[in-house]
Design a protein around this ligand. Structure first.
Ligand code: T4K
Length: 373
């Protein structure tokens, strides 16, 4: 049975937006001051507000997460080879290619779907300069083990924390780990500024270098210290971020409720495994499930069935990054090197999760999965 024809499509995510009238005063200020970009007052306020909210020392805002990744690598002057995961959004590895760096893919852990620390050492060569893990779906990587390996071999660690806004691990914010962490504030993320991103760093000198690099390398009107890029966040995005931040706790609570309802309802569905919830502070950014061989349909058939019901789940992350043409010739992209990632890319489907997804909608999605529709 299909959903009723007047039912709205359900997408994998939907941004939560505050009432439009609440944004007008911010716009009025921008119109009055005529300050549109280049580190204006809203930009500065948002950097401070995010440091306070996330509990981090320094944050540099960007126009999007990809520019922040590209700049993070420039900040630490990373060259040669970087060890990373194939199980991510393509921007992770693209940021390396943009810097002329060779990605070296290592397999993932079957439980967390994050980079498997056991595999890192074997991938290190004299050209390796850094590790770029991803906190996939917002689940923290094994930060302690990665740190140990990096220390032993003198490598830098840049976390792609695009999914990890507000996530805590055992000892506090996950963003405190590694040399740098990169956030995305894209429309599809837990916290959004329409488009946007940021680099989190631990000292003022690094923050200053990032600020130069995101502004063409300018230090002052007449001094350029590096071939920087234009990565700046505009005032309108920063203002929107300030407004969004006011509602973030409610957003996280609503996401948690959706997550809990799915977990309870899917517990009895044979062949569907929910990825384990972290015992730390999660942000419920995604709801990935594993479609096991004992489920009556293949993952792709379930994806299609959901589509037929106007439910647009997504196969994040299929195909693997290492299967895209610009990567697949690399030795580390060989399928035999990445069996766990390959299996995950063929079995995982991300179900819709967002603050305004109603309990009834969750029940409909579960009923379709359970074969009751
Ligand atoms: N690293 C990682 C690990 C990432 O996941 C990402 C981005 C990055 C780095 C790079 O960060 P950014 O440069 O993007 O800041 C989406 C996002 O575009 C992308 O930001 C995100 N990861 C990736 C996982 O997902 P698509 O192609 O799946 O998005 P799209 O347009 O199909 O949107 C998904 C659904 O969301 C739509 O079906 C409807 C809904 N939606 C989307 C947009 C854009 C809305 O309701 N409103 C909207 O404005 O890539």
């Amino acid at each position: 049975m299909k959903r009723s024809p007047d039912a709205q499509p359900i997408y994998v995510t939907q941004p939560s937006l505050p009432p439009l009238e609440e944004f007008i005063p911010y716009l009025q200020q921008i119109w009055d001051s005529k300050r549109l970009t280049n580190g204006g007052p809203f930009h500065q306020q948002l950097e401070q507000a995010l440091c306070d909210y996330l509990g981090v020392q320094h944050i540099a805002l960007f126009a999007n997460g990809t520019l922040a990744l590209v700049t993070a690598l420039q900040t630490l002057r990373i060259t040669g080879e970087v060890i990373t995961t194939p199980y991510s959004f393509v921007a992770t590895a693209h940021s390396l290619l943009w810097n002329g760096i060779r990605p070296v893919f290592v397999d993932i852990d079957p439980l967390t779907l994050n980079m498997d620390p056991e595999r890192i050492e074997a991938a290190i060569t004299p050209q390796t300069t850094a590790i770029m893990p991803v906190h996939c779906y917002g689940h923290p990587c094994d930060v302690e083990r990665i740190e140990k390996i990096a220390d032993n071999y003198g490598l830098k660690v840049i976390y792609d924390a695009a999914h990890a806004f507000g996530v805590h691990c055992r000892d506090g914010s996950v963003l405190d780990h590694g040399d740098l962490s990169v956030l995305s504030f894209h429309a599809t993320k837990v916290f959004n500024t329409f488009e946007g991103g940021a680099i989190v760093c631990h000292d003022a000198k690094t923050k200053q270098r990032i600020d130069h690099l995101k502004n063409f390398g300018f230090v002052d009107e007449v001094t350029v210290v590096a071939p920087g890029i234009n990565g700046k966040m505009s005032e309108i995005m920063a203002a929107f971020g300030l407004l969004q931040l006011k509602g973030i706790d409610a957003v996280l609570q609503k996401r948690q409720a959706v997550d809990a309802r799915y977990r309870e309802a899917l517990a009895g569905v044979v062949g569907i495994d929910c990825l384990p919830a972290g015992d730390e502070q999660s942000n419920y950014a995604y709801f990935p499930v594993l479609v096991r061989p004992d489920y009556p349909l293949s993952r792709d058939d379930l994806y299609q069935k959901l589509q037929d019901h106007d439910i647009h789940a997504r196969r994040y992350f299929y195909p693997l990054i290492s299967d895209f043409p610009m990567y697949r010739g690399m030795p580390s992209a060989a399928p035999a090197n990445l069996p766990v990632a390959r299996a995950a890319a063929e079995q995982v489907i991300c179900l819709p999760i967002y603050p305004d997804l109603s309990a009834d909608q969750v029940d409909v999605i579960v009923a379709v999965i359970a074969g009751q529709r």
